[in-house]
Design a protein around this ligand. Sequence first.
Ligand code: HEC
Length: 162
Amino acid sequence: MKPLQFAAIPLFLMLLAAAMAGENPSGKDNVGSNLPPRVRGLLIQEMNAILGATRNILDGLVRGQHAVVASNAQAIHDSFILEQQMTEKDRQALMRAVPERFIERDRAFHQLSARLAEAARNGNSARQRALFADMVEACAACHTHHARERFPGFAEGSNQAR
Ligand code: HEC
């Protein structure tokens, strides 16, 4: 067997295994590394702002501070960085790079944050907790499908897989 053929087999098997596991780290599903660096930087800033707001929401929830929950959920809905700093060109680059499902998940996530803000303005604690649980679910679901490179704990077969 020629060395070239020999080398080609494991590579093929690796690709097959990756395809069967539904994993394609360099494919379109994984969003981060497909973005132009500037847009990726904005997304990461946005994510860190969202994490900060999410912590504040938890704080507000356990203290019954509806106004804290309302303002932080509204801030997530209104988008901290992306809406304000993305140019039209950035937006087009983002849309080209991501799969349709990512856009849908993002939209659903932002709708959830609006509903949470509204429940908080109405002072409905039980509803706020239910919507917050849905939001955490939405974070993890999007990371599982679109940010596995960044969060390998969500990889298939991992103990932390959900
Ligand atoms: C619609 C998809 C989506 C949703 C919803 C989402 N994220 Fe993310 N998030 C991403 C992607 C994609 C990355 C990885 C970006 C990269 O690899 O550069 C990421 C990365 C992050 C990071 C890491 C940022 C860094 O410093 O590298 C944090 C923190 C984070 N998200 C928090 C959250 C929290 C908290 C929520 C929910 C309240 C959330 N995200 C919801 C897509 C999402």
